[in-house]
Design a protein around this ligand. Structure first.
Ligand SMILES: O=P(O)(O)OC[C@@H](O)[C@@H](O)c1c[nH]c2ccccc12
Length: 416
């Protein structure tokens, strides 16, 4: 690791006790003096090793200063930090959340860490503040650039002018409620997704219209279409093509929305609903954007991943549809028990009192998974991978639910 000093470039190895990446890797039994490391913004030893946390300084943690050695695990070089460090990291994380409107990622690249002074030296790690800390941050920073560019070509005024000729918005939430009631099972939002950052290419023979038609035939109530191209190989052309092909299921535009301009853009391409991710949007944006959605007659699926985000969203008036993502967009860890965890106790009660429809999202592969999330309170599921990778997605739906939900819904409709 290099540091810029007033005398040129110095390596951090020169500073007593600060481990360089190479130093950590090559020393199976490295001793580091805690008093010489500052764990900036949730910084940990593994971040040093993986070089994932950009901000590092040589300030001492005064109050915790001790010469007690920290011994790194010889096999994977990862030290188990003492509990007070974890508390400190947690406190920092909470402070960061508070100052960031409740969101854990930095919405724009930081300008870089401040200069530090050690004796006569002035130094800073080279531009590390401009490195995204996780994939979600990277996606969002790219999205900011992408949207800024398209907005120049297609300003909001011209987008708004084109809206009257957009295909009319259909009732996304109504379709979910009706289907859940009709089948007695969670309504299905089936996802058209070619690839993802966690799975790579999921379906190499990707024909978005054919897949959407199969989903509709198989009993999906709504369809989700990935439009992000860089990370998911999706597009707005896919969304438009599916709409133009006469699919009757309402369509969710699956996009990383960070700017209200994208709402108008999604509507102009035929979307009936959009995704608002609480992990990247502060409360004021969720409020403002969900109001715009109402004006545009689109549904807003507000996605949360943890209790902090769920509590924030439950504090916002007028939210009708909440998605609980079982996958962390920061680490990609998937656990369907997350849905149970978020819906238990008081929170579940508040959701029922407000008559909010809950969508269980990600990581569902079997009838047991569907039954599990239904039992804990979801009335719709959003499923991608397990369906899109099938050669026959309609049959895939029947396998996922353990029964043919298309036939059952048709029979019931005919009887009614
Ligand atoms: O493929 P899965 O595990 O069935 O997941 C679908 C969907 O939940 C997932 O694609 C998703 C949920 N929230 C997102 C936000 C952005 C991109 C993708 C997503």
């Amino acid at each position: 690791m290099e540091a810029i000093t007033s005398f040129g470039v110095l390596t951090t190895k020169l500073f007593k006790g600060v481990p360089s990446k190479e130093h950590l890797r090559s020393n199976s039994n490295t001793h580091v003096r805690r008093s010489h490391i500052s764990w900036g913004r949730g910084f940990s030893i593994s971040n040093v090793i993986n070089n994932t946390r950009p901000i590092m300084s040589c300030n001492a943690l005064e109050s915790e200063s001790t010469d007690e050695p920290i011994v790194f695990d010889p096999k994977n070089n990862i030290a188990e930090p003492p509990p007070e460090w974890k508390d400190w990291e947690e406190r920092k994380r909470q402070e960061e959340l508070d100052s960031n409107g409740g969101i854990a990622i930095r919405r724009r690249p930081a300008t870089g860490p401040p200069l530090h002074y050690v004796g006569p030296f002035e130094f800073r790690l080279q531009n590390k503040g401009n490195t995204p800390r996780n994939i979600l941050e990277e996606i969002v920073w790219n999205k900011e650039k992408e949207v800024t560019k398209i907005k120049e070509r297609k300003p909001l005024v011209s987008l708004k002018k084109g809206l009257p000729s957009a295909p009319p918005a259909r009732d996304f939430i109504g379709a979910l409620r009706a289907r859940a009631e009709e089948t007695g099972m969670p309504a299905l939002i089936a996802e058209v997704k070619k690839a993802s950052p966690s799975r790579g290419v999921i379906q190499p023979n990707f024909d978005p219209v054919k897949i959407a038609q199969a989903y509709e035939k198989g009993g999906a109530a709504c369809i989700s279409v990935l439009t992000d191209s860089k990370y998911f190989q999706g597009s707005f052309e896919n969304l438009q093509a599916i709409r133009d092909a006469g699919i009757e299921c309402p369509l969710l535009c699956k996009e990383f929305i960070i700017d209200a301009w994208q709402l108008y853009h999604a509507r102009s391409k035929g979307a009936d609903a959009v995704l608002l991710i609480a992990g990247i949007l502060p409360d004021r944006d969720i409020k403002y954007m969900s109001k715009i959605c109402k004006v545009l007659q689109m549904a807003a699926l507000v996605e949360v991943h943890n209790v902090t985000e769920l509590d924030r969203v439950l504090g916002i008036d007028g939210i009708e549809l909440i998605g609980i993502n079982n996958r962390s967009l920061e680490t990609f860890d998937v656990d369907i028990k997350n849905t149970e965890h978020l819906l238990k106790g008081d929170r579940g009660q508040r959701i029922r009192d407000k008559d909010i429809l809950v969508v269980g999202e990600s990581g569902m592969f079997t009838p047991d998974d569907i039954a599990f999330v239904q039992r804990v309170g979801v009335r719709a599921v959003l499923v991608g991978e397990s369906l899109v990778k099938q050669d026959d997605p309609a049959a895939g739906i029947a396998r996922l639910f353990g029964q043919d939900i298309a036939i059952r819904s048709k029979v019931k409709t005919m009887v009614a």
